[in-house]
Ligand binder design. Structure first.
Ligand SMILES: *[C@@H]1O[C@H](CO)[C@@H](O)[C@H](O)[C@H]1NC(C)=O
Ligand SMILES: *[C@@H]1O[C@H](CO)[C@@H](O)[C@H](O)[C@H]1NC(C)=O
Ligand SMILES: *[C@@H]1O[C@H](CO)[C@@H](O)[C@H](O)[C@H]1NC(C)=O
Ligand SMILES: [Zn+2]
Length: 542
């Protein structure tokens, strides 16, 4: 039994006449019992018809047995009367059922039912009819299976053509008029949305087709069902003349008539204006919506770790100048290859705690990095699998290694960038001096503590960074004499210090610099990052 009330009868009558499907009628009667939507819509239609013909039986005396003739001109011969003041239509009045005429009446009823069953709903354009049944559930399940996603739960998302809002509004006004006449109050917000009804019907069916997986309201795995209805796209167009502000072209949308814009325009338009431009109830569509390909999307998974770079000719990210690739690989690509295939992700987004120049190695415990894996088909790896993945990366190239590889949360990723400026980094630089040096000439450097530098934006990065003077601190240094023109300089600095510029002075743009300290031209021949002192991600014991 449908949870309907006496006061719903005129609404049901009116919507049946207008060409609404049974489930849309339930929506406009604000029926929020999910099971009512799940039963076959043909059965619901029969129940609705029985429900209103019951009115007729009991109230045939005061009923005028008239059809609604309000603008809508389709063959509706619902076996019921509408107690209203509307003029009777030209169509035959339907007499209350009489037992003698049973067989003839039944035949007519069957015909009528067939007709109404196959008619595309004026409001949902078929979405709550044939487009939400077993066929659709199978289609969704097949799409999910074909992509071999691993997931525990899934959420269904539904994208509807924008004109459905226009049709819904038109139908609402149609109902509202009736309600006003009957002095009944219904809030538009209580009308069940097409999307909601669709989900109520489909969730269980999809779950069943997928062998009992939980279809829930929030999940990291989203399966998108999209409907379009090109035939009625023009339904929205009149709104552009009533609210031009609502329809601004946007970069990545093909049409200005987005659902959001249409909803906004409908909020602004007066009922009178709407009714002047758009039929109420909506005109009959000749076809159902088209169900587009199912789109599956898993939320990003984030993987973090630390990397070593042992090569002096490897950029951190692909090096492209004027559309042309300069180096055959990059740190991020070497790391990403195995990770992408392990998680079967469709792309990635790499970030790290600072970066080294193409000719700089990163030694020690390595540099923290994190990767966002886009649309991963797999989202979990156990400890052993993670270790195997790490090994695969380690073995894939001599140029890089990774450690502490782990799955992290999006929020935790922020920890890597947090307070980056305050963190320290340690380096070893191979220094060349123009003047010959002795061991004693450089030993004083070991005693320098917390030397503050003023660094103008280096010439070599000026093309991509604003000109500024930045203060950076070298916390400590140590020297290792090599020969009369070479020594190793160890530095512990504030993150973001330009080491090369400190050594050669960058034409006096970094002050003080090593040339000034040693009173000779100096240059940097090699640079290694020894440690990046960021305590994230947590280290993983071997
Ligand atoms: C309804 O349709 C019939 C023909 O099917 C036509 O004669 C009549 O004028 C139409 N009425 C309205 C109100 O459009
Ligand atoms: C990559 O990350 C950056 C910064 O976190 C973000 O702005 C960008 O949208 C991301 N790109 C993708 C494709 O997710
Ligand atoms: C990968 O290389 C790093 C750096 O040498 C090392 O710490 C880590 O244990 C290696 N991991 C595996 C699984 O080989
Ligand atoms: Zn409908």
């Amino acid at each position: 039994m449908l949870p309907l009330k006496e006061k719903d009868k005129p609404i049901i009558q009116k919507l049946l006449s207008a060409g609404c499907c049974a489930r849309c009628i339930l929506r406009f009667c604000c029926v929020s019992v999910q099971a009512a939507y799940r039963q076959p819509h043909q059965d619901t239609l029969k129940e609705l018809q029985a429900f209103i013909s019951n009115t007729e039986d009991t109230k045939s005396q005061d009923s005028t047995a008239a059809e609604s003739a309000e603008g809508n001109n389709k063959s509706h011969d619902a076996a019921a009367s509408e107690p209203s003041d509307d003029p009777p239509s030209k169509k035959a009045k339907l007499e209350p059922r009489v037992t003698e005429a049973l067989s003839e009446e039944d035949a007519a009823a069957v015909l009528k039912l067939k007709d109404e069953e196959s008619r595309v709903c004026v409001v949902c354009l078929g979405i709550l009819q044939e487009l939400c049944g077993t066929t659709q559930a199978v289609k969704i399940a097949e799409a999910v299976k074909a992509e071999k996603y691993e997931f525990d739960t899934l959420v269904l998302s539904v994208s509807l053509p924008a004109q459905l809002c226009v049709r819904e509004h038109s139908c609402w006004l149609h109902v509202k008029k009736e309600l006003r006449e009957k002095s009944l109050a219904v809030d538009k917000d209580d009308v069940i949305q097409v999307k909601e009804a669709f989900k109520w019907i489909m969730q269980g069916q999809v779950a069943k087709e997928l062998g009992g997986v939980a279809v829930v309201t929030r999940s990291s795995f989203e399966v998108g069902v999209e409907f379009t209805h090109p035939d009625t796209d023009a339904d929205c167009h009149f709104l552009a003349t009533t609210c031009s502000d609502c329809f601004k072209p946007t970069k990545n949308k093909q049409s200005v008539f987005t659902r959001m814009a249409v909803v906004k325009a409908l909020e602004k338009i007066s009922d009178t204006k709407f009714l002047k431009h758009y039929p109420c109830p909506p005109a009959h569509p000749t076809s159902s919506c088209i169900s587009q390909d199912i789109q599956c999307l898993h939320v990003s998974v984030f993987v973090a770790g630390r990397y070593n770079k042992f090569c002096r000719s490897l950029p951190q990210t692909p090096w492209v100048i004027d559309g042309e690739r300069r180096m055959e690989s990059s740190v991020e690509e070497l790391i990403a290859a195995a990770i992408l295939s392990s998680f079967r992700a469709s792309g990635f987004n790499f970030s790290s705690s600072g970066r080294e120049d193409v000719d700089v190695r990163t030694l020690g415990n390595g540099r923290p990095f994190a990767m966002e894996l886009l649309n991963p088909h797999r989202s979990r790896l156990n400890k052993v699998e993670m270790k195997q993945l790490q090994e695969t990366i380690n073995k894939s190239s001599d140029k890089i290694r990774v450690r502490d590889l782990q799955i992290v949360t999006r929020e935790a990723m922020g920890r890597m960038k947090e307070g980056e400026e305050e963190k320290t980094k340690s380096y070893t630089a191979l220094i060349w001096t123009q003047k010959p040096i002795q061991r004693e000439d450089i030993s004083f450097i070991d005693d320098i503590k917390d030397l503050t530098l003023d660094q103008k934006t280096p010439l070599r990065v000026l093309h991509r960074r604003a000109l500024a003077v930045r203060q950076r601190v070298i916390h400590s240094m140590n020297t290792r004499f090599l020969d009369s023109h070479h020594f190793y300089l160890g530095l512990k600095t504030q993150a973001g210090t330009y080491i090369k510029e400190f050594v050669h002075g960058d034409f006096g743009r970094t002050k003080p610099n090593l040339c000034q300290l040693l009173n000779t031209d100096t240059d940097i021949l090699e640079l290694d990052v020894e440690s990046v002192d960021v305590d994230w991600p947590p280290s993983i014991p071997e």
